[in-house]
Design a protein around this ligand. Structure first.
Ligand SMILES: [Zn+2]
Ligand SMILES: [Zn+2]
Length: 331
């Protein structure tokens, strides 16, 4: 009996120590990330050019449309910009399946892996890399079995290797704003020190749609929408036309729970848990977006609660477009 009690006390002590270390790290990390961001300035991307046609088809997200579409709290979008077909992130595949929800939805939607001309990884988290193991191994996968891809380039914000399932792709690490194709760019890696996940760099995709402006496509939104918009305004002359994707607002709810713990809420902040993310952060995010007044706002449900989605809907009215796996957005 005594032994069991000591065992429990020991485990609690370890949890307490890890927690205390994380608190110290997040406080220090937040300051150093702030200094890092302040020390960087970028000139306008030139020549940047534009595309004439742009569509975005969510292949994986928390909500989907149609009974054959599989859903999960992860992200994968297929973006067609003129002739360039981009796969942004590769879903979560939490149950390590083959075919994965991503591969299964691609089949349902008539998308062949060979159609993909470029892979863009926003950041190295499990819900964007195709699984927890992929996250641990610094790799990514479309499914837990071979998927035939063309020899495409993978643009990632940090070091990553091709997986055994897709050994072909060439990896290019992007740190600074970078034109990928005429009219298509990465806004560059923006860091944030997250409580649970530590130092995380995330890049967003920016596409200049002729006559309309910049379409910003965001993975998890960890750097905060304020900093993403700030970066976009620094490097582009064109106005921001649309903001699409994850902004990480698991406030008053979330999509991934460990028992009663809202994991995304714990993961997504650069403050200790007792400060955490709150309704005020959602309001600030909305205000930051209103300043640039995009014509289209489409928020991913994979890392934002229904409450947050509703706040965006109320604030942006008919500019707010529901984002669902299987529903194509023509911009
Ligand atoms: Zn995410
Ligand atoms: Zn993330």
């Amino acid at each position: 009996m005594k032994k069991a009690l000591y065992g429990v006390l020991g485990v609690l002590l370890v949890i307490l120590i890890v927690f205390a270390v994380k608190v110290v790290q997040v406080e220090r990390g937040r300051d150093s990330v702030q200094d890092e961001i302040k020390s960087k300035s970028f000139s306008k991307l030139s020549p940047f050019d534009s595309v004439k046609k742009l569509s975005l088809l969510p292949l994986v997200d928390y909500y989907g449309e149609g009974k054959d579409i599989r859903t999960e709290p992860g992200v994968s979008y297929l973006i067609k910009a003129d002739d360039t077909v981009i796969l942004m992130d590769t879903g979560y595949n939490e149950k390590k399946e083959h075919p994965s929800p991503l591969l299964s939805n691609m089949k349902t939607l008539g998308i062949k892996p060979e159609d993909i001309g470029m892979i863009f990884i926003t950041h190295l988290h499990p819900d964007h890399l195709g699984g927890n193991e992929e996250f641990n191994d610094h790799t990514f996968s479309l499914s837990r079995g071979p998927v035939k891809l063309k020899p495409v380039t993978v643009y990632a914000p940090a070091e990553i290797s091709p997986s055994k399932w897709n050994p072909g792709p060439k990896i290019e690490v992007i740190k600074e704003p970078h034109v990928l194709r005429p009219g298509i760019a990465s806004i560059g890696a923006i860091p944030r020190h997250l409580f649970l996940m530590g130092y995380t760099e995330e890049q967003s995709l920016a596409i200049n749609l002729e006559g309309k402006g910049i379409v910003l496509i965001i993975g998890c939104g960890h750097p905060t929408i304020e900093r993403i918009v700030e970066r976009a305004r620094m490097i582009f002359r064109e106005p921001i036309y649309a903001v699409i994707g994850g902004l990480h607002f698991p406030v008053n709810g979330g999509r991934i729970f460990a028992g009663p713990v809202n994991v995304q809420w714990l993961v997504g902040s650069d403050t200790p848990p007792w400060k955490g993310l709150d309704e005020d952060d959602v309001r600030k995010g909305i205000e930051a977006l209103k300043v640039v007044n995009p014509a289209v706002v489409s928020l991913s449900s994979h890392d934002s609660s229904d409450w947050s989605l509703e706040q965006f809907h109320i604030s942006f009215g008919n500019k707010f477009v529901e984002l669902k796996a299987g529903r194509e957005l023509n911009l």
